[in-house]
Structures are given as structure tokens and as C-alpha cells.
Design a binder for this molecule. Structure first.
Ligand SMILES: [Zn+2]
Length: 90
């Protein structure tokens, strides 16, 4: 395990499944695992919020669940820029 002593699950593992989690396509057990992890892991929660945000934006501009990769990448880049600008110094 790379980060955090209190985590049962590796962050990268969670983040890989967060996309599926947002789509509500996970089994209940896996969803619980992710939800629990997000509650105690701020970086993963951040990423989760970001993904949800992208999904909403993409949905609004395309009216479709499946956005072209290029558009998705563009939105992600934009959001990352915004996040970098607004990230508070801890
Ligand atoms: Zn995490």
C-alpha cells in the first residue's frame, strides 16, 4: 500500500472503479467499499467530484452519456486548470 495507513484499499484501485461507480454499474458490495473509502480519503473524493462534474458537463453539452474522448479530455484539462488555480494552500 502506497498511501495512508488507515486505508484497506489502494487508492489507484478505487479510482479505477470510481468511473463505474458514478455510472451505478457496480455491485452493492463494491459500491460500499468505494463509498467508505471516499469518506475517509480526500484525494479520492476530489477525483470523484471531478469525474461527476465532467459527466454532468458532458451530458449537458452532448445530451448523450458517451462523450467523444477529445471533448472529455478537453473538459478534464480545463477543470484541472481551474482546480490548480483554486487549490488552497493547506
Ligand atoms: Zn484514496
Amino acid at each position: 500500500m502506497s498511501c495512508g495507513e488507515h486505508h484497506d484499499v489502494d487508492c489507484s484501485e478505487i479510482l479505477q472503479r470510481v468511473y463505474v461507480f458514478i455510472d451505478n454499474e457496480l455491485e452493492d458490495a463494491s459500491s460500499d467499499e468505494i463509498r467508505t473509502h471516499l469518506e475517509e480519503c480526500a484525494p479520492c473524493l476530489d477525483q470523484y467530484d471531478l469525474e461527476r462534474c465532467i459527466k454532468k458537463l458532458v451530458h449537458r453539452s452532448c445530451g448523450d452519456d458517451q462523450a467523444p474522448d477529445a471533448l472529455r479530455a478537453k473538459i478534464l484539462l480545463r477543470l484541472t486548470e481551474v482546480r490548480v488555480e483554486t487549490t488552497p494552500t493547506d
